[in-house]
Design a protein around this ligand. Sequence first.
Ligand SMILES: Nc1ncnc2c1ncn2[C@@H]1O[C@H](COP(=O)(O)OP(=O)(O)OP(=O)(O)O)[C@@H](O)[C@H]1O
Ligand SMILES: [Mg+2]
Length: 329
Amino acid sequence: MSTDPTVLAEAAAPDAERLLADLPPTPAVWCSGLRKRYRKQTAVDDVSFTVGRGEVLGLLGPNGAGKTSVIKILLGLVRPDAGEVLLLGRPGTDPQARARVGYLPELFRYQPWLTAAEVLALHVRLAGAAVPAREQRESLALVGLTDRAGDRVGGFSKGMQQRLGLAVALVARPELVLLDEPTSALDPIGRADVRDLLLSLKERRVAVLLNSHLIGEVERVCDRVVILDKGRVAASGTLAELLGQRELRLRLDEVSAEAEARLAAAGQLTHSGDSYTVTLPADQSATMVPDLVAELVRLGVRVHAVEPARISLEERLLDILRAGTGGDR
Ligand SMILES: Nc1ncnc2c1ncn2[C@@H]1O[C@H](COP(=O)(O)OP(=O)(O)OP(=O)(O)O)[C@@H](O)[C@H]1O
Ligand SMILES: [Mg+2]
């Protein structure tokens, strides 16, 4: 083997490339130790989290919790007092990273003298992307504004402006989208459309950071959730981790000792009168409930009702916020 350094470097280069290609992709968002104070008001206090590629992360918390401040810090619109941000593996300030990020602001306003199609074309130019006119029209169709493409934005309703904002956030084929309350102005159909849109982004492996007070929506589309309270991360995790165990509520009679033992084997059992509650472990199998019911019937139990229940994200969020910051991490 040669010891000539140039020969060694040449031999190593393809290996290094292969090594790099084999590395897992960097997260879409990585932030660590973010802090921001406005005079006496602490807006963001030691916030760290990641959003994986293709992941939909929900940022939840009460008014003033610091959600918008975090999003603005990630985008470089607000300078943090401390902390670091990487977007798509590059420093948050790097224009190359920013060009691949879409953003819908909380308070959106677009040039009232431009038409919807012109607003989109302007943002495509600002992103430095080459998006053909046909694709720009498709973005407007995606948010239900095809018929209004040639109308001036000044005459748009609030919900129509928010739809345009979504098209702006998505038109330049971003790999990461930050949406600050994307459905705040939308009617129920518009909200359902946004839900479908988020699911289609997930399918295309576009990462989404979403902030919304409509917790049911977050529960339907998000893979993971970060809950902020008074600027701090009060809890974070997957929905399964945060919502934990499921309950099975049953109304039964003629329960023998053997049947009761079978119920207790399924999970923690409590009962009063003919009402039985089994707290099931999070990793239960899909056939666990029908199997249990079939066996109870075989053991001679009369089954009047079987109701699976799960604590909702809303209940869990309220528990966490009432317990206070830091009480339940
Ligand atoms: N430009 C600013 N100047 C002074 N204080 C600010 C500024 N921006 C945010 N704050 C303060 O920082 C805190 C967090 O605000 P932020 O807008 O991030 O909350 P949020 O979680 O997005 O709330 P909401 O759900 O109401 O949108 C609040 O106390 C707010 O008053
Ligand atoms: Mg906000």
